[in-house]
Design a protein around this ligand. Sequence first.
Ligand code: CS2
Length: 506
Amino acid sequence: MQTLKCVPLGRAQLQQLPTHVSAPGYDIDEVSTGIVHIGVGGFHRSHEAMYVNHYMAKTGDLRWGICGVGLRENDRLMKSALEGQDYLYTLVEKHANGKVKANVIGALRDFLIAQDNPALVIDRMADEKTKIVSLTITEGGYNIDPSSGNFVVDNPDIVKDIARPKSPTTVFGFLAAALKKRREAGIKPFTVMSCDNIQHNGDMAKKMLLSFIRLSDVVLAEWVEQHVDFPNSMVDRITPATTDADRDIVAELGLTDNWPVVCEPFHQWIIEDKFSNVRPDWASVGAQFVTDVAPYEKLKLRMLNAGHSVLGLVGALAGFDSIHSAMDGRGMRELLSVFMTKEVVPQLDAVKGIDVLAYRDELLSRFSNPFIKDSLARICSQSSAKIPVFLLPTVFDNLNNEGAVSVAALTLACWCYYSDKQMSQSKKALQIDDVLADELHQAASDGAADPTMFLALKTVFGDLAAHKSFTEEYVKFTQDLYSEVPVLDIVERLLNAETQRTLVMV
Ligand code: CS2
């Protein structure tokens, strides 16, 4: 639906943007690079880069431009879409009433593909002007062995990076090489700031990086341990994958943008105030600096992210495509509410200033925004890295405290069916987009005869299969699914049982 009046996004157009599109609010040519960011996807562009943009606009402190770094071959797509438009892009907030707010973000000032010139990436990170290296490398990017929680030393990419430290390929190789350069040149280290959805994301980044460096350089490891900070953080903003329909929304506003970002209006960033070098005062644009992020992280991962997985896996089997349509499914909103109220909330720690039930209700309404169109395919992708972080900690806490696990058991039963059949119950194809796709499929097919075989995948589920109070419910749900009882009927039964239980307790 491209209109004739469309102007192409780029620095030349910033003075004459269409009426409903806001400009960055500062001169992008005056910006210098203070942040190197690894993993420029939609989320980084809707979250950290937005905070950086608004901070520079508000304060005029222009030292915080971002140099994006792509480690994967796939990142070329983003680079080539953005380089012709001076790395500018449109951030489109979609409100629940159908209104959109569009803002051109100028924070991203460069984009390097690591494999084209690893030395340049190392130099950029080692440059004194770089104060922060931030990461969105996904839950699966930390190279953790889930059964031990330790760094996987025999990962072939890691072995390669240890052997060839000057031309690394992994995030750990690049961080180590750049920190080594800074140490040798007597330059203060940057802060390593993880923005991934992992509990204790900063501590995790630190533990993994130190394990990597210790394999070859104990002196550097000691220096990093003493001088580099890795703040923990809770990051939040629902950012679906950009579609052509989103490009059309921007075109209707009068702008041609190769790769805009769409997101919900809500955003939250809670950061542990522990930086080894100077940092922007993001509090001036809505972020919160605190001394302990753990309760906020736990709240968000277990309520929002696990809530997404429940909707994603149960909803996919019921044939829904998106989060908001899954929310509208028979009993689904109640299912999610029961999950949060009965399974998650009892295991949370008190969070200062947050009413968890109000937080739950806000999530229910964020998930219901029909304009976000967040696909269940995105939510279900890489579940093998997400479920152990988002859902299983709640399950194990409940198993230790005789808490409820029914919704979690149904979710994992749905995941087993999904991984085995790769179809919804109405025979709509479902793809397993996961690094463990083959293992999941194999374990789940074995599960057709014995559903606990799926849970025996220890790298994902740990010793969950040994917990009878979990497997009993899980096996029952799985058998119902394999007998083709419609999943929404199973949901209804679960909710009825839940109502009975509540009545008995009253
Ligand atoms: C989602 C997250 O990946 C997922 O499964 O739950 O991407 C979620 O949308 C963000 O963490 C929201 O902040």
